[in-house]
Structure formats: C-alpha cells, structure tokens
Write a protein that binds this ligand. Sequence first.
Ligand code: UDP
Length: 242
Amino acid sequence: MPSSLKLLSVELCTLTRHELLALLCRRIEKRAQTSVFTPNTQMLLSAHESEDIRCLLAASTLNIPDGVGVRLAARLHGRALESMSGIDLGEALLSVAAREGYRVFFLGAERGIAKQAAENMRARHPTLHICGTHHGYFDKRGKENAAVLRKIRAAKPDILFVCLGFPAQERWIAENLSFLPSVKLAIGLGGSFDVWSGKICRAPRVFQKIGLEWLWRTVLEPKRARIFVDIPRFLFLNIKKS
Ligand code: UDP
C-alpha cells in the first residue's frame, strides 16, 4: 500500500485527501477495479475480535480511516492523519465524477432514500450522471441479489456507492464486485444516503471540524452510545500494541 499505518492488524491508507483522489482517478482511468472501505473505531474493534471481519477488511484495495478514534490512535503511533470522514470522501468523489463524467450508481438505504439522495446530489452538481439507484433491503444472496446485479450491470456505472451498513456493505462488495465489470470503484459509505436525502441531519460544520460529529450522531441516535466505551477501549488496545 502506498502510504499506510497498521492499527489492530488492519492496514490503513494514510494518503492525504488530494493524493487519495488522484490515486483513485488514476485507477479508474486504468480500469483497475478498486474496493474502498472506510473503517472507524467500531469496525477496527470488530476486526480485532473476529478473524472473519479481519479477513473482510484485508480483502479491500484500500481502507481509508474514518473518525476521531482512529485519528487519536494514529497520534499514539506518532502519525497525524488528515480529518476526512467516509461521507466527506463520498462527496469529494461525487465532485470528481461530475467533473470527469464518471457514471455513478447508488445502492442502499430504505426505499426511496437513494433516489432522493441522487436527486439532491444532481441538484448540487448539474453535470453529475447518476445512472441508477436501488434500495438496500433485499436478500443479499439468491434471486433478489441477482436482480440487483442485473440492474447495476445494465446501468454501467464507473463508481458504485454501497450504503448497507457495516459489515453488510463490505461483505456485499467483496462478494459481488467481480460480477460488475463496468465498476472501477466500489465504496462502502454507511449512512451517507440518509444524510444526502435529508432524512438525517449532519452535524454543524463546527462539530465536523473539531472531530465531534460522532457526538452529534450519538445524541440523535442513542443506540450509538457504545462509542463512549469503544473509543477508550480502542485507544487502550493501541497503547498496549505500540
Ligand atoms: N441498510 C440497508 N440495508 C440493510 C440494512 C441497512 O440499506 O439491510 C442501510 C440503512 O437504511 C442505512 C445504512 O444502511 O441507510 C446504515 O447506516 P449506518 O449509519 O447505521 O451505517 P453503519 O454505522 O452501520 O456503517
């Protein structure tokens, strides 16, 4: 990997946003099929606890670190990571797609959400070509999955955004990308369509800037409160290993 850091056995890409976007564009132009995951603290803890998840994360082309916990752990290893969440990377890729004419497909979230997100993103980027959308509530194996694959193949996207939550989106990409020859870049982006559709409100910029977007999300969705336990535990494990 070009520039990387290993945290709890997972290799993370440490390129700056600018370097990363340039690398992804080069790979799209070379038609090199690329999978990108965006592991945060919880994903890295899961990888630490489960070999299955560790192998899943090891199977992506690039793991781009997401969130304040991962940035703090990197600091413990003497590395300063640029702050870029998965959703920021998704938005940056949409700008690149609009500029370069890449076709994009949105897969995931509840019925109607990916479609609404696509409409909102088209309004933001008039030259953006979103060539199709599909919700994420289908049987990920068997007939329904085959129909989803046919729909994506027919739309011929260059870039595929997959928002099924962790670890379903990573598993879906690992199992299905090879059946989608037009797709040069597939990326797992959690709840991004919920935000772009307007269903969920993103934290104010000031929270994003100081790395406290997770705190905002925890207030909106108390099921995420585990993060108060997970970040200290994650940092402790990193201190033990450093
Ligand atoms: N989702 C989906 N199919 C499923 C389960 C979940 O499309 O079978 C969607 C869900 O509607 C939401 C996203 O996956 O839009 C998960 O978002 P979340 O922010 O919870 O992602 P995570 O934190 O799990 O990465």
